[in-house]
Design a binder for this molecule. Structure first.
Ligand SMILES: [Ca+2]
Length: 350
C-alpha cells in the first residue's frame, strides 16, 4: 500500500522531481533500459485514474452498453477500465482535459495497457490520435492508431491524407498482461517535419523504415486529441485497462513509472536453493532470463508474491508447454511437468 501512495504522489507531479527517484526508476527497469534523456520535469497532462473522469477526459464516447470505470489493480492501484461488451461498437475516453496540442509541439504520450481480448480479435483502435474540427479539411481523420489484428498482432498505424494506412510497427499481442507504451509525436501538417517515435516496454523500437523515427503528417483538420479505450471489435467482449496516462515534454515525464516492489524469484533447486534470479513484471525470453542470472532448463522452484502471475514456457519466446503460477511454488516437479524446462517467462500483474 505504501508503494501505491508513493506512485500516486509521483503521478501528481510532486515527489518525482528528485534525481534519486529517477535513479531508482532506471535501476528497477534495468532489463528495459530507458533512453539517456535529461529528466526535466514538465508534465503537461496527468490522466491518473485516481483524479476521476471529470478531471481527465473531455468527453466519454460510448456507443452501445460499455462502461468506463476505475478499477483497483493489485500492483498499480487505480486504473482506467474501458469495457466494450460484445455487440457494442465503442468505449473510449477522449482526452486530454485542459491540454491542447499545437502545431510544432514535440510531445510524449505515455501509459501502460492490459488488453483482455480474444486471440486474433481485430479492433479499429485501442488508442488513436484523432482529428477534430471543420475549419480545415479532414484529410486523415485518425493520423495515428494502435490496434489489434486478426493475425494476433498489436500494431502502430499511420494514416496519411486519403486515410492511406502504413503499418509503422508491429509485434505479437501479449494479451492480459501490462505492456508499457510511450509515443513521441512531433506535431506538424508537414510530412517532412512531423514524426513518430515509439517505445514498447521501455525499449525504443525500430520502425518500418528501419530507423527509430517515422516522418509523417501528424496534424489534421483543426486539431488532434488522444483517445484511449476500445473501438471496433464489435463481436467480442474486450476490456482495455489503462494506467499511468501522462503527456509530457520529455520521455522521462511520460514514461510509465515502475513499481519496484513486486518481483518473482526463480531458483535452481526445490525449496528455493541454488542459483536465484529475480524479475519484475515483463516478458523475458531465454536471453533475458540468462542475462538476469537464471539458467535455461534448470529452474525448480519460484517465489511469486500476491498480485503477480508468472507464466513459464518450455520454449523460447513464449512458446511450447506452459505453466501459470500465482503463489510460491517450492518444488514444481511435484505439481507439473515443467521442472528444469523453463526457457522463457512472462511476469504479469494479476
Ligand atoms: Ca525448455
Amino acid at each position: 500500500m505504501k508503494i501505491n501512495s508513493t506512485v500516486s504522489s509521483c503521478l501528481l507531479g510532486i515527489a518525482c522531481i528528485t534525481l534519486s527517484y529517477c535513479a531508482k526508476d532506471d535501476q528497477v527497469r534495468s532489463n528495459h533500459p530507458a533512453p539517456a534523456t535529461a529528466h526535466t520535469e514538465s508534465l503537461l497532462w496527468n490522466g491518473d485514474a485516481a483524479l476521476g473522469a471529470s478531471n481527465v477526459w473531455k468527453v466519454l464516447n460510448i456507443e452501445g452498453s460499455g462502461t468506463i470505470t476505475v478499477a483497483t489493480d493489485p500492483v498499480y492501484g487505480p486504473v482506467w477500465q474501458f469495457y466494450k461488451p460484445a455487440g457494442s461498437h465503442r468505449t473510449e475516453g477522449h482526452g486530454a482535459k485542459n491540454f491542447a496540442a499545437a502545431e510544432g509541439d514535440d510531445i510524449y504520450l505515455g501509459w501502460r495497457s492490459k488488453l483482455v481480448i480474444p486471440a486474433n480479435q481485430n479492433t479499429n483502435a485501442v488508442f488513436q490520435w484523432k482529428a477534430y474540427g471543420s475549419g480545415q479539411p479532414m484529410l486523415q481523420n485518425f493520423p495515428i492508431v494502435l490496434s489489434t489484428t486478426t493475425s494476433g498482432k498489436f500494431h502502430l498505424m499511420h494514416y496519411a491524407p486519403g486515410k492511406i494506412g502504413t503499418e509503422v510497427w508491429q509485434t505479437n499481442l501479449l494479451a492480459a498482461v501490462w505492456n508499457d507504451i510511450v509515443m513521441r509525436i512531433k506535431v506538424s501538417r508537414d510530412s517532412s517535419i512531423g514524426f513518430i517515435e515509439f517505445w514498447y516496454n521501455g525499449t525504443k523500437q525500430t520502425l518500418v523504415n528501419g530507423t527509430q523515427r517515422y516522418y509523417a503528417r501528424t496534424w489534421d483538420a483543426d486539431y488532434c486529441d488522444p483517445k484511449w479505450g476500445v473501438y471496433g471489435g464489435d463481436a467480442a467482449d474486450i476490456t482495455n485497462f489503462v494506467h499511468g496516462l501522462k503527456i509530457g515534454s520529455t520521455y522521462g515525464d511520460a514514461a510509465p513509472t515502475s513499481v519496484p516492489a513486486l518481483q518473482t524469484t526463480l531458483y535452481q533447486n526445490c525449496s528455493y536453493g541454488g542459483w536465484a534470479a529475480s524479475f519484475g513484471p515483463g516478458s523475458y525470453n531465454s536471453a533475458a532470463l540468462t542475462a538476469a542470472g537464471a539458467v535455461n532448463n534448470d529452474a525448480s522452484s519460484l517465489k511469486v508474491p500476491a498480485g503477480l502471475r508468472v507464466t513459464l514456457f518450455d520454449g523460447d519466446n513464449f512458446t511450447g508447454d506452459s505453466l501459470v503460477i500465482t503463489a510460491d511454488a517450492s518444488c514444481i516437479k511435484n505439481t507439473s511437468t515443467m521442472n528444469d524446462k523453463a526457457s522463457s517467462m512472462i511476469v504479469g500483474a494479476l
